[in-house]
Design a binder for this molecule. Structure first.
Ligand code: DQA
Length: 145
């Protein structure tokens, strides 16, 4: 089964971006890990990252049309994008929300709300990049049978 891992704004700078919060793994390394973790679970994983909201909406719309499960780290869009909310609402296969940090444990009030959560089968947060492995395990479980 084909699974999309979609990463939103600023996640292309993983490794350089606030490593004390997001760790030292780069986005390229994360993508390789996701493909390997997926292979172990019998999933064909494709990892993408964009800083452009319309591109993300296009990817989510295509995932809805194609019936692909999605692991989504919408990054800052998580907290305010109704375009991402509406796109997630249309998904037809399981959606797993993932965050490297735990937004609820962070001091900024705006991080405490997610437009993705109402549409997600599960939220994985605060586990660093390992959270993507857990999210792929959830996809494998949710899509089985
Ligand atoms: C994030 C948390 C968000 O609050 C933040 O805007 C991000 C990354 C995370 O993975 O921890 O860009 O989604």
């Amino acid at each position: 089964m084909s699974v999309l891992v979609l990463n939103g704004p600023n996640l292309g700078r993983l490794g350089k971006r606030q490593p004390e919060i997001y760790g030292s793994t780069t986005h390229a390394e994360l993508a390789t890990l996701c493909v390997e973790w997926g292979r172990d679970l019998g999933l064909e994983v494709e990892v993408r990252q964009t800083n452009h909201e319309g591109v993300m909406v296009d990817w989510l719309n295509a995932a809805a049309d194609d019936g692909h499960p999605v692991v989504l780290n919408a990054a800052a869009w998580t907290h305010y994008s109704y375009a991402v909310y509406d796109a997630c609402a249309q998904l037809t296969a399981p959606l797993v929300e993932v965050h490297i940090s735990d937004p609820h444990a962070r001091p900024e009030e705006f991080r405490h709300h997610s437009v993705v959560t109402p549409h997600a089968v599960e939220v994985v947060k605060g586990l660093g990049v390992d959270g993507y492995r857990v999210a792929l395990e959830v996809v494998a479980r949710s899509s089985a049978g």
